[in-house]
Ligand binder design. Structure first.
Ligand code: DGY
Length: 318
């Protein structure tokens, strides 16, 4: 009997072909939208493996409906959409896609920082709306990176790759993390600081944390207001790490210079107040959206699935 793999949405690259050539039966959800829970319950019921996305909430009910499933391969580095402990208790392996998307996400972080610091969103909108009438000395003045302090919140792989890109702009790096990160200190001359001290000192703040109970609203009413008036804050990790409503109130009162969002609380719904603001730059969760990263992520999922279904160890277990 051919083993069945269910993929919750069409992926980039050649992962499906790879799996079919290995002799697996691959079913892909055919609609171009996130699969609904009721559809997932129906479609995945007899699957031996699932390839899921961050838009699929894999909770106890879903896990209980997968009697044959050996592996849930999440096509993302983050896995907050999966009840990992429960899956493990049911002897289901969970995997994610670390490393392959590090460069793509770090590139986008820098793009978001520059877009905020140099007001690229406002400039682009002005051009499209035909409002550029002449060069003028005070048109869309922004902030330079040279000489500024960059604060990295979450000093893992992506945080490091972002900091490494930002250092040559002539910035000083500080970081906040549970652990001491020697790579940050030895290669970038970075100093570990407390979260409050980072928020007070940094001109550019970038978040690179996984979402968990501990990091939910880590940036809240009490500490967000420590940021300085010229601070730029960007988030390419998960929206729920910031108390978004409170951040919006700071942006409305111009208490910081700007914020760049690739992720949102309650994604894909966007707080309408955010859209009204000029001092934000908004992206639709595209941190890892390069051909290289997305096809690599899909292939890594396929390799994890092929390994586990052949009785071998997963490549990148959670
Ligand atoms: C992830 O992998 O967790 C990103 O948010 C999407 O690639």
């Amino acid at each position: 009997m051919m083993k069945k793999i269910f993929i919750t949405r069409e992926l980039a690259g050649n992962a499906e072909t790879f799996l079919s050539q290995k002799g697996f039966k691959v079913n892909v959800f055919q609609k171009d939208r996130a699969i609904k829970k009721s559809e997932l319950l129906k479609e995945a019921a007899d699957a031996d493996a699932l390839i899921t996305l961050l838009t699929d909430k894999i909770d106890r009910k879903i896990i209980d409906s997968l009697p044959k499933c050996k592996i849930i391969a999440n096509c993302a580095v983050g896995y907050n959409n999966i009840d990992v402990e429960y899956a493990k208790s049911k002897k289901i392996v969970v995997t994610n896609t670390p490393e392959i998307l590090t460069d793509a996400t770090a590139d986008l972080t820098v793009a978001l920082i520059l877009a905020c610091a140099r007001r690229l969103g406002e400039g682009e909108k002005m051009m499209r709306e035909g409002r550029f009438k002449s060069w003028k000395p005070q048109l869309l003045l922004g902030i330079e990176l040279t000489g500024k302090t960059v604060g990295i919140i979450g000093a893992g792989r992506i945080g490091f790759a972002a900091a490494k890109r930002l250092k040559p702009f002539g910035t000083k790096i500080i970081y906040f993390d549970r652990n001491r990160r020697e790579k940050f200190e030895n290669e970038l001359g970075a100093k570990k600081v407390t979260l409050n001290s980072l928020l007070k000192k940094a001109d550019i703040i970038s978040i690179h944390l996984p979402l968990s109970k501990e990091t939910h609203h880590l940036l809240d009413k009490t500490n967000l207001k420590l940021m300085n008036r010229n601070a730029v804050l960007v988030n390419t990790s998960r929206g729920e790490i910031i108390d978004e409503k409170f951040l919006i109130s700071l942006l409305q009162k111009k208490k910081i210079f700007a914020a760049g969002f690739d992720v949102y609380e309650g994604e894909p719904n966007i707080n309408p107040d955010l859209i009204k603001l000029k001092n934000v730059f908004l992206l639709p969760h595209i941190g890892s959206a390069t051909y290289e990263a997305r096809s690599g992520m899909a292939m890594l999922c396929a390799k994890n699935v092929a390994s586990v279904l052949s009785g071998k160890k997963p490549v990148t277990p959670v």
